[in-house]
Design a protein around this ligand. Structure first.
Ligand SMILES: [Zn+2]
Ligand SMILES: [Zn+2]
Ligand SMILES: [Zn+2]
Length: 363
């Protein structure tokens, strides 16, 4: 019988430093004592294909704000983009920045738009056809291009999706959002600056290095004092899904238990540079990754968002060092006071084991 006072050696309790943004470190604590993180509720899966009263369903087009674009442009739409009824950032306002002492503001200039991902009300990403997902990524690209071209005050266009009420989705019909803003979000800025500093020192992209490590790293970590083996890192330990051009990996310092990132295998800073013919492979990796997540944590609420090189004055300077990616963050637990108070995320599942469980799903 095992002694409850003897620590289980398979337990991990360590602070993992995010290699790109060191301030976003994670406490990986798989010990039982750390478990009572409250589980987030599953999102009620509304699987209906059509809902008469839903403003985003076909036939209710008159209930949405004006349409921005539709795909395909002729015939029945499958993807439709509209203005947001309750934008967090608004159109031009002739309002001077309010500045007083330490109270600095930037006016809320920007765009906030909604993309109805699919004409079917409750369809999940992993149930969408690959060709549809490729078209959806194409719509993201097309709108980002238009927005950047429309106004050079816009420095960043954030594309993201919320699924489930805790993840911020207020309308059950599947949709993503686009927010164009005059500033670069702080977390993207930290990634951009830190990867540029890494590039200046090591002359390679840190994201490319992480992909190489995820694919081929093989190492044994020894205890400095006793010389005992502490951990073996195996080939491909962090790979969740691999396509021809894209890869899905489980970050070593994952903030969320089931967080997965998708990146282009070849270096590329700007999502807008993905060629149309490569969107199919991106769609395939995305669909398969979401299907793996569904098999392991079915019905979980999630967010995903695109991080791409900002279109500010430094865009070209940052192109060699920054690498665009899609972050998928399932919400399986509610942040605790410890997390909110310390800024340190607690991950109660060993990322290597999470990656293994996702890989083991038979599709
Ligand atoms: Zn609907
Ligand atoms: Zn790279
Ligand atoms: Zn990122």
């Amino acid at each position: 019988m095992s002694d409850p006072n003897t620590p289980d050696t398979s337990e991990v309790r360590e602070i993992r430093i995010n290699p790109i943004v060191p301030s976003e470190s994670v406490l990986v604590a798989t010990a039982r004592s750390m478990r009572p993180k409250k589980a987030e509720e599953l999102a009620p899966r509304d699987t209906r294909k059509h809902v008469e009263t839903c403003p985003f369903c076909r036939g209710n087009e008159h209930k949405t704000p004006p349409v921005i674009l539709a795909w395909p442009p002729q015939g029945d739409w499958q993807i439709r983009m509209v203005e947001n009824l309750y934008p967090v950032l608004g159109d031009d306002r002739a309002q001077a920045n309010f500045t007083f002492g330490l109270q600095q503001t930037i006016d809320g200039y920007g765009r906030h738009e909604v993309i109805i991902d699919h004409h079917e009300h409750g369809i999940a990403i992993h149930d969408m056809a690959e060709s549809h997902l490729a078209a959806l990524f194409g719509v993201y690209q097309a709108r980002m291009k238009q927005l950047f071209a429309s106004d050079d005050r816009l420095k960043y266009v954030l594309v993201f999706k919320n699924f489930g009420p805790a993840a911020g989705a207020s309308i059950p019909h599947t949709h993503s959002q686009v927010i164009a803003m005059p500033v670069v979000p702080e977390n993207v800025d930290a990634e951009v600056k830190n990867s540029a500093a890494h590039y200046a020192k090591h002359h390679h992209c840190i994201f490319c290095a992480l992909i190489d490590e995820a694919l081929t790293f093989e190492a044994t970590l020894y205890d400095r004092n006793s010389g005992a083996v502490r951990r073996k890192i195996n080939v491909g330990q962090y790979v969740v899904e691999r396509g021809e051009k894209f890869i899905a990996i489980k970050p070593f310092a994952s903030r969320y238990e089931w967080e997965v990132h998708i990146l282009p295998l070849a270096h590329q800073a700007d999502f807008l540079d993905v060629r149309a013919e490569d969107l199919d492979d991106l769609a395939r990796v995305m669909k398969r990754t979401m299907a793996r997540l569904e098999a392991v944590i079915g019905g979980a609420q999630y967010n995903f968002f695109l991080h791409s090189v900002p279109h500010d004055a430094q865009r070209d300077a940052h192109a060699p060092s920054y690498h665009w990616h899609l972050e998928i963050c399932p919400r399986t637990s509610i942040p605790t006071g410890f997390e909110l108070g310390s800024g340190l995320f607690v991950n109660t599942i060993n990322p290597e084991q999470a990656a293994e469980r996702l890989r083991a799903v038979e599709l």
